[in-house]
Write a protein that binds this ligand. Structure first.
Ligand code: WT7
Length: 632
């Protein structure tokens, strides 16, 4: 942990941190002034724990801040350099995007969408996805984007929970040269949802689709739409979007984000973390279906009038050099990706990136899961050529934007491979024990956030009780993110993975509970427990322990296949386990709770530690035997 890397951009803004530490409310008040407001706020923060309202009384519009503000100075500047998986490409200037968004905002209006309505978006990584989101924001509709890898059942649950009457999708999307039939998935998802009035269909792949009376084609609607639509003047806490994310219990929850606070958080972190300049070509590889895409593909770069690369497909298609080819082609200066992608690139070998000219790159970022120090060093040396700072950014769907990260745009500090370094200014983070007391340095504890921050979720969609219990009940008036962390002697923070039953598979967030309820819905299964097992590329992959109902005799490999299939249909391919172990009993506490942590230790070949609360030792012995024989 003592290894340090001194690379920086030479920025030393000491005052900013000082101001943030002395008064976080007036600090954020000043940051919010970087945005365009139709009318100013009269109260910076209304903190009624656990509900925070930022910039109360202020009127703002996210789309206006992303587009209108740049029309005088940057209308010809490329906003999006889009690269399709199949070799298509397109450059979209700020003025083009402005026109498309206004037209689509009028389309939404013509379909009867009004302020506060929810609009579900299930599109591949094409510019129309950004157009759809901004058009919603322009008229005050709440977008709810669903990652295009989720299945019909997942979509149905989300549309039903948000009661979206409008769904925007495409005939298909390209992924590894194949067509994913998105429209077919939507047809299946909405077949019993009568409240869905319209489905807007973008033709991306031109694969045949079935058409119902609800379906309207994107192009036809756009042909008839006027290209002028004023941005609504919205309250600062007007909901901008719902994004569903997995937790420890039940179905995914609808994380609800607002406007003024969220945008303030994004504007500031984008500037501090990426030191963004007008000449930069930014490339974030995240899919817009996840929060990284919402915050650092859609909103933050556009707020800054930046140029960015948007890539539609798989990073290893048609071959393992695709990413570096794109970076070279567009002269990317900033590259922001995940440890899972980096582990994959590293495995492909150094010769591939070394054969490209990556000299334009000046800053690197990592997001979504812990980065292994050896991967960090590879990224630093092979991609950054030992001259680019790496920012390891810790945050969550709920935090809206970065919370812990090196900030080369603000200050130059020595970097330590695998550490997120320090909280961003204006954010108060500690590492505490089970009871909420600060713990000594170098001790693993729980991360907590002590004060509200502007990007903080407004709550969970129509579920205040859950919002309170999930995030605010473990510690009094402190936000509990569910991560382990430690602070070293230099005050650097190290994020040590989830402390709860949330899995991080290839950086994607999945809950053990949703997987388990899917598995036990099989008629042969009585109980199931799911946990993560470490994986060289994906960080973690899923394994499941399954107990059959009494008296069931069945071909286990066939049942395993059926369960895999069910998971693909109910959740999506990303949730498919690596292996299912059929066992007689699950290890439980005397009060009947499954000891998943114990299963995880066994599966990962680790010491199982304290088993004093275990009800029946024989469950563990059996599982150890089965797992060991499978591993050997
Ligand atoms: C969880 C949030 C960050 C936005 C995309 C993921 C883990 C995230 C890091 C990091 C270690 C990280 C945490 C967090 N995580 N970034 N730099 N180092 N862990 O958002 O899907 O809501 O997941 O991802 O466990 O709680 P998300």
């Amino acid at each position: 942990m003592s290894e340090k890397y001194d690379v920086g951009l030479g920025n030393h803004n000491v005052t900013l941190r000082k101001n943030a530490n002395s008064d976080f409310v007036s600090f954020w008040d000043n940051q919010a002034k970087n945005l365009h407001w139709f009318s100013p706020w009269n109260q910076t923060l209304d903190w009624n724990p656990p509900f925070a309202k930022w910039f109360v009384g202020g009127k703002i519009n996210a789309c206006y801040n992303a587009l209108d503000v740049h029309q005088e100075t940057k209308s010809d500047k490329p906003a999006i350099l889009w690269e399709g998986e199949n070799g298509d490409s397109k450059t979209i200037a700020y003025s083009d995007l402005f026109i498309e968004v206004q037209k689509f905002a009028n389309v939404l209006k013509s379909l009867g969408v009004i302020k506060g309505d929810r609009v579900t978006i299930y599109l591949p990584m094409v510019p129309e996805l950004i157009v759809s989101m901004l058009a919603c924001a322009r008229i005050g509709a709440i977008h709810t984007v669903i990652f295009s890898g989720f299945s019909a059942t997942s979509i149905k649950d989300r549309i039903d929970d948000s009661k979206s009457e409008i769904v925007i999708t495409a005939d298909g999307g390209y992924r590894r040269g194949k067509i994913i039939k998105l429209k077919e998935v939507v047809d299946d998802a909405i077949k019993d949802l009568d409240f869905v009035r319209h489905v807007v269909v973008l033709e991306r792949t031109k694969n045949p689709i079935s058409i119902s009376s609800k379906d309207k084609f994107w192009n036809n609607l756009m042909d008839d739409a006027s290209d002028s639509c004023d941005a609504e003047r919205l309250d600062s806490d007007h909901p901008l979007y719902i994004l569903y994310t997995s937790g420890t219990t039940g179905k995914p929850k609808g994380v609800l984000h607002g406007t003024g606070g969220y945008l303030t958080h994004l504007y500031s972190t984008f500037k501090w973390a990426f030191d963004i300049k007008d000449s930069d070509v930014f490339f974030c590889t995240a899919d817009i279906g996840w929060v990284t895409g919402h915050s650092y593909v859609v909103y933050a770069p556009l707020l800054h009038g930046a140029t960015q690369i948007m890539y539609e497909g798989a990073p290893d298609f048609p071959d393992n050099s695709r990413m570096w080819e794109i970076l070279e082609k567009y002269g990317a200066t900033i590259f922001y990706t995940t440890p899972t992608a980096l582990r994959m690139f590293m495995k492909f070998g150094d010769d591939i990136p070394n054969s490209f000219n990556l000299s334009s790159i000046r800053l690197l970022g990592s997001v979504g899961e812990p980065i292994n120090p050896e991967v960090w060093k590879w990224y630093f040396k092979i991609i950054g050529k030992e001259k680019c700072p790496i920012i390891d950014t810790w945050w969550q769907t709920e935090t809206g934007g970065m919370m812990i990260s090196p900030l080369p745009g603000l200050e130059t500090i020595p970097l330590k491979p695998g550490s997120g370094t320090f909280p961003i200014p204006g954010v108060d983070i500690s590492v505490v024990d089970e009871y909420g007391s600060e713990i000594p340095n170098n001790t693993k504890g729980y991360l907590v956030i002590r004060k509200p921050w502007p990007g903080m979720l407004l709550g969970l969609w129509k579920n205040d009780e859950k919002y309170k219990s999930v995030y605010w009940s473990k510690y009094l008036d402190c936000y509990y993110p569910g991560d382990y962390a430690l602070k070293d002697d230099d005050g650097y923070l190290w994020l040590l993975g989830r402390a709860d039953d949330v899995l991080k598979i290839a950086g994607h967030r999945l809950g053990t509970a949703e997987l388990e309820s899917c598995i036990v819905s099989d008629e042969h299964v009585s109980e199931s427990a799911v946990c993560g097992i470490s994986d060289d590329i994906k960080g973690e992959s899923i394994i499941a322990f399954v107990v059959l109902k009494d008296g069931i005799v069945i071909d286990e490999s066939l049942l395993e296949k059926n369960i895999f299939n069910k998971i693909r249909i109910d959740i999506g391919p990303i949730a498919t386990p690596k292996k299912i172990y059929f066992v007689k009993k699950l290890p439980k506490t005397r009060s009947g709770k499954i000891m998943r942590r114990l299963l995880k230790s066994i599966a990962n070949g680790e010491n199982i530690g304290d088993t004093s609360t275990l009800d029946d030792e024989s469950a563990v012995t059996e599982i150890q035997k089965i797992v060991n024989s499978a591993l050997n």
